[in-house]
Ligand binder design. Sequence first.
Ligand code: GLV
Ligand code: MN
Ligand code: MN
Ligand code: MN
Length: 399
Amino acid sequence: MDTVTSLLDSIADVGRDPGRGGYTRPVYSAAERDLRAWFTEQAGRRGLAVETDRNGILWAWWGEPQRGALVTGSHLDSVPGGGAFDGPLGVASALVAVDLLKARGVQPNRSLAVTVFPEEEGSRFGVACLGSRLLTGAIDADRARNLKDDDGNSLADVARINGLDPQHLGRDEDALGRIGDFVELHVEQGRGLGEDGPAVAVGSSILGHGRWKLSICGQGNHAGTTLMEDRRDPMVAAAQVVLAVKQVAAQTKDARATVGRLQPVPGGTNVIASRVDLWLDVRHPQDEVTAQLVEAIHGKAQKIAAFEGCQATLAEESFSGTVHFDAALQRQVQNALPGAPVLPTGAGHDAGVLAGFVPSAMVFVKNPTGISHSPEEHVEDADADAGAGALADVLEALL
Ligand code: GLV
Ligand code: MN
Ligand code: MN
Ligand code: MN
């Protein structure tokens, strides 16, 4: 029988990024398509019938597709230079859990589907959990169709190339109705289980989080001929904004704010940029505090930009309020995993988007490094096995 580790080993070469380290598997890239093909093959080997819905979500069915099914799964796309576990651990564990349930002779009272959601990380089109947002209608379909990747390709075009009808992207009542309960297993992404803690935990909540694009416009010019006092350099403003982001967040308990991506335009060594785009990721347990943090950062950015002869504008790209998972389902998951600690997470997940529409729950597997969105993310083989076993226990209790 496959183990989670043997399954992950079988995709260990897909989407490796020697430059950044780790994996770069953007949605609908060659690497992510290879992973989808791998999933389809693995599901087929288990006798699960795979279908792709109109938003590009893969569903592998044990039993007939039906309303109110039990659904588990995660994603196969990654951040740039990500680890091996964020996403694939949940998918591989779901496949192994199906094997375990069959080996246990479990006779399900309802169908079970294993799902793979596209663009969970939002690394290509900027909006995290895009697949689950489309499925639920949490994002406007027109807006989604017009999202662009860094090469200017729209989601509509990329969807079409990948066999989807762009006009059919968006809320899918039939597919959504098939989710009676959703359970996502995921690598723990902080120090929630420490180095010596138990292998698995039950999720309680997801920190509210969002993304904003801040554009600082100045005057593009020549690095050699433009005197320092004549410059309107948005990069100089951007540097101060990054410091202000840290300062604002550091002054607010439980706040996290990050500038992980910054793009000077046009981006030449001997060119004073005409514009710098930077992306803000802001998170806090109270949604009104998140809004205040963003407002404070925006205010500081405008002042900094004005001082440098530039202009700053801010646009929201996505926001998800703090989510508390369904109490009844969480209790059932806890009952199936006696003694497992209950943990909140600061990371976003499709389970968080789905929680607004259907009962959803999460199981976390220990990450001894406490590091994620990095090649250093790690799960020990024994903990991965324990995770799949725990997921099987949860699914068996719910089937
Ligand atoms: C996704 O992993 C996120 O939390 O940003
Ligand atoms: Mn992630
Ligand atoms: Mn993830
Ligand atoms: Mn995530």
